[in-house]
Design a protein. Structure first.
Length: 178
């Protein structure tokens, strides 16, 4: 083999390799700025600790159809209202996985609330009283619900401290002495 032979150097394979790797376009989407817990609490209409009861698919015109996702209404039993006003049970409209799969142009903020699990939840209230997730596209991705350690009422006035306590106790519960 001579140095000019295409099999003599891997760099001659680079265009072919790149062509094979780039057969499918890459998919990506932008996230908005991450909000602090204070900003999240200030911009929400309702901040509460609640236990999920059930989730059912719904039709809500505010939720754009997206391949692989559906709009859901999750019913929650309210434990503690930390901001705003809420009855003993509330419904919360949000995206969740479901529906026919297909090409996704972006991945919306979505949740799979488990019945019997308790969450800290931030929501926007519509003029007709419906609670909805906000930042439905990508603005607050992963920010409007926090799984909590238990269903005990929350005592506290600073949202940051409430969230920190829930996360800290949850983390400690997962550590086992060796």
């Amino acid at each position: 083999m001579t140095p000019e032979s295409p099999t003599a150097s891997p760099r001659h394979h680079l265009p072919f390799t790149l062509a094979l790797q780039c057969r499918h376009p890459a998919q990506a989407f932008l996230f908005g700025r991450v909000l602090s817990i204070k900003e999240l609490t200030d911009t929400s209409d309702l901040f509460l600790k609640a236990t999920a009861l059930s989730s059912t698919p719904i039709t809500d015109d505010e939720f754009t159809p997206i391949s692989g996702f559906l709009a859901y209404n999750t019913k929650f039993k309210v434990i503690t209202v930390l901001k705003g006003e809420a009855p003993a049970e509330v419904g919360f409209h949000h995206y969740g996985k479901g529906g026919p799969p297909g090409h996704m142009f972006y991945w919306p903020e979505s949740f799979n609330f488990k019945p019997g699990r308790t969450y800290l939840l931030w929501a926007k209230k519509t003029p007709d009283g419906v609670l909805r997730q906000f930042g439905m596209a990508t603005a607050t991705h992963g920010q409007i619900a926090v799984l909590t350690r238990d269903a005990a009422p929350v005592i506290g006035i600073v949202a940051r401290d409430i969230v920190w306590n829930e996360l800290n106790f949850s983390w400690k519960a997962t550590i086992r002495p060796t």
